[in-house]
Design a protein around this ligand. Structure first.
Ligand code: BJW
Ligand code: ZN
Length: 277
């Protein structure tokens, strides 16, 4: 029996299994999988010190998304939006990957058919890939970033991309960074609410999920679409979803195996077995 069939059969109406048993089943599924896609969200970076968006301590408890993560907000008040992003850039730059990022990077580097798809804009999967590759080629563990990258700028006029600065003067609109090509305001190269995700990037994410035997979903509330639908492509293909999260999400009912706990503890326990591919 393939990994997908095995997980689904065992998941039917048996209630939550004991954590050790669920972990053992998830390890067996990962071991049996030919192709794996990992879909990650803010929860995987929480243990690196980067706040999540929703839930206790989440950014949306203190800030209104429509004031900061929407194109209308940038048109109305670019200074306030930049102030928030400059603060987050600084915070993220001071953070390092945690054992959850590391375990996923090691999996992708040793298992030739693993793709990491992340909603995170913090670049920590890429940094983990570089560290875990140890001077070798990190490419297999470089993620598909569906919501962009906070460390990059995008011209709001001509769309040209450039590396982001860490010394943005946010005291007035006049001092905000401008495009060297067309002089329009630069903005962070992230996807805001109401903006389309880049077609090529989104297609790649759905295509990888649509070929995967196991979709490992870690640290996302699975509330923001279209990213939240990516694991469903694995289910449509006949694969299984394994969820790692501190709490239930809308995806939990689709998951063959739900592992409750922190990604930093569970992902190494799940992926770092000696006998895994
Ligand atoms: C741990 C843990 C630990 C904690 N270990 N776990 C369908 C239905 C309804 C609405 C829509 C729909 N389709 C589209 C929409 C609208 C909207 C949307 O989804 N709204 C919903 C919120 C209602 N989507 C959009 O607007 C998207 N665009 C779009 O659809 O365009 C259509 C279009 C087409 C053509 C032309 C034009 C338009 C864009 C969405 C962009 C989201 N952007 C943000 C900000 C990015 C930039 C930035 O960082 O500033 O992306 S919002 C924010 O949410 C960020 C995240 O990537 C995203 C997802 O959050 P995530 O990662 O899941 O984090 P949290 O905080 O929600 O959850 C953390 C989880 O971790 C929790 O579950 C914890 O339990 C867990 N956790 N610690 C393991 N240690
Ligand atoms: Zn420009």
């Amino acid at each position: 029996m393939g990994a997908a069939g095995m997980g689904r059969t065992q998941a039917v109406n048996q209630g939550p299994p004991a954590p050790a048993e669920a972990l053992a089943r998830a390890r067996a599924a990962v071991q049996a999988a030919g192709r794996i896609v990992a879909v990650t969200g803010a929860g995987i970076s929480a243990e690196s010190g980067i706040p999540t968006f929703r839930g206790a301590g989440g950014l949306w408890r203190s800030f209104r998304p429509e004031d900061l993560a929407a194109p209308e907000a940038f048109q109305r008040d670019p200074r306030t939006v930049w102030e928030w992003y400059a603060w987050r850039r600084g915070l993220i730059a001071a953070c390092v990957p945690n054992p959850g990022h590391d375990a996923l990077a090691r999996l992708a580097l040793r298992q030739g058919h693993t793709t990491i798809v992340t909603q995170n804009v913090d670049g920590l999967h890429t940094r983990a890939a570089e560290i875990q590759a140890g001077g070798g080629d990190p490419t297999p563990a470089i993620p598909v970033e569906v919501h962009g990258a906070i460390d990059r700028d995008l011209c709001s006029g001509c769309g040209v991309r450039s590396p982001g600065s860490h010394s943005i003067e946010v005291s007035s609109v006049e001092t905000l960074p401008r495009c060297v090509v067309c002089d329009a305001l630069l903005r962070p190269d992230v996807i805001w609410f109401g903006e389309a995700l880049e077609t090529r990037v989104l297609s790649q994410a759905f295509s990888m999920a649509g070929q995967a035997d196991v979709c490992l979903v870690a640290g996302t509330s699975a509330l923001v679409h279209p990213a939240a639908s990516i694991p469903l492509a694995t289910l449509e293909h006949g694969g299984m979803v394994v969820e790692v999260n501190m709490e239930d999400t809308p995806l939990t009912r689709h998951a063959a195996i739900s592992l409750r706990g922190s990604a930093g503890a569970l992902l190494p326990a799940l992926l770092d077995a000696d006998d895994l591919p």
